[in-house]
Design a binder for this molecule. Structure first.
Ligand SMILES: *Cc1c(COP(=O)(O)O)cnc(C)c1O
Length: 339
């Protein structure tokens, strides 16, 4: 029985074709800027998304951190969603390592930061206050693609207020597929964008930060300072290039699998399907039953995360198929039928 791991889209294993691409990669020392495959990846993604330059890094957390360090100085602040990854799930890195203060803003239901709330949080220029420098958004947010109109308005707002604007686009390509637009139509509203290749795109490791030369050069310096200057990373970049070539359009399959799962779970008494957005399904299960549900699903070869969110989040990806979704729905049904 194959394991159905719905905890996250980070759990994918490289395909045989991806491993072959990694094996064949030309490499060099990336600290010297001499890894041809890393350079190709950086140029490819920057070009595709409409930016001057890119920087390959191990994780999305580091990519977002380097963006914050590039945009902000000590004593500056960034405006960010209360539930955003760059605020809540990155260990406070900007504050710990950059002396950069977050100003969290409560997100609207759809993941947007209402611009009137953002405006109210901008500090006056006065020695009492941190200097407000940057607006940071996340797309997709809890699986939701932010409305394109909102992105346009947020970009105009940031320009008007003299703020930089950064996108945590860990799942940028899921958003693009959901909106039916090329990813650059989302990315063009931002000064810098961080993209994860290690989520639904299926690479084992890697994120890329794209932006203008001036910011990417600063980010490269901070990457080295953070101990992230790597050497023959081309073998990893090759996996990412392979993912960009072969795993973008198929994200639509992940979204369809999530829709199928949501539909099948909706018929089960005892749980509530709260929503399905791109490759994520959110369900509500009585808290006191979570541990038993988790144990029951493990027995059936299904992994879920009962971790961080008040609701359960089930995530589809490259290593999930129709049969696995059906097996999952049946296991949920058996559990609640036995209640
Ligand atoms: C996964 C993720 C990141 C980065 O995560 P890493 O595990 O550090 O690669 C950043 N933002 C969002 C929204 C994410 O889901």
């Amino acid at each position: 029985m194959t394991l159905m791991d719905l905890r996250s889209d980070t759990v994918t294993r490289p395909t045989e074709a991806m491993r072959a691409a990694m094996h064949a990669a030309a490499v060099g020392d990336d600290v010297y800027g001499e890894d041809p495959t890393v350079n190709a990846l950086q140029e490819r993604l920057a070009g595709d998304l409409g930016f001057e330059a890119g920087l390959f890094v191990p994780t999305g957390t580091q990519s977002n951190l380097l963006a914050l360090l590039a945009h902000c100085e000590r004593g500056d602040e960034y405006l960010v969603g209360m539930d955003a990854h760059t605020y809540k799930f990155e260990g406070g890195g900007a504050a710990v390592l950059g002396s950069i203060q977050p100003q969290p803003i409560v997100q609207a239901e759809d993941g947007c930061l209402p611009l009137d709330r953002v405006a109210a949080a901008i500090k006056p220029v006065d020695p009492h206050f941190a200097r407000t420098r940057l607006l940071a958004l996340e797309n997709t947010w809890h699986g939701r693609a932010l409305p394109l109109d909102y992105l346009r308005d947020a970009a105009a707002f940031a320009r008007d207020k003299g703020l930089g604007i950064h996108l945590d686009g860990a799942r940028l390509f899921n958003a693009a597929v959901a909106c039916g637009v090329p990813a650059r139509d989302i990315a063009r509203h931002f000064d810098t964008v961080s993209v994860c290749l290690s989520k639904g795109l299926g690479a084992p490791v890697g994120s890329v930060l794209v932006g203008p030369h001036a910011l990417i050069d600063k980010a490269r310096r901070w990457r080295k300072v953070c101990g992230g200057g790597w050497r023959q990373a081309g073998m990893l970049a090759a996996a990412c290039l392979h993912a960009l070539d072969h795993h973008v359009a198929r994200l639509a399959d992940d979204h369809a699998l999530a829709a199928r799962l949501a539909q099948r779970l909706a018929g089960i008494d005892g749980l509530a399907v709260l929503g399905q957005h791109t490759n994520m399904v959110f369900i509500d299960v009585p808290v006191e039953r979570l541990r038993a549900l988790d144990a029951h699903l493990r027995e059936a070869g299904i992994r879920i995360s009962i971790g961080y969110l008040p609701t359960l989040r089930l995530v589809t990806h490259l290593d999930v198929d129709d049969a696995g979704i059906d097996r999952t729905a049946e296991a949920f049904a058996r559990f609640f039928a036995a209640a």
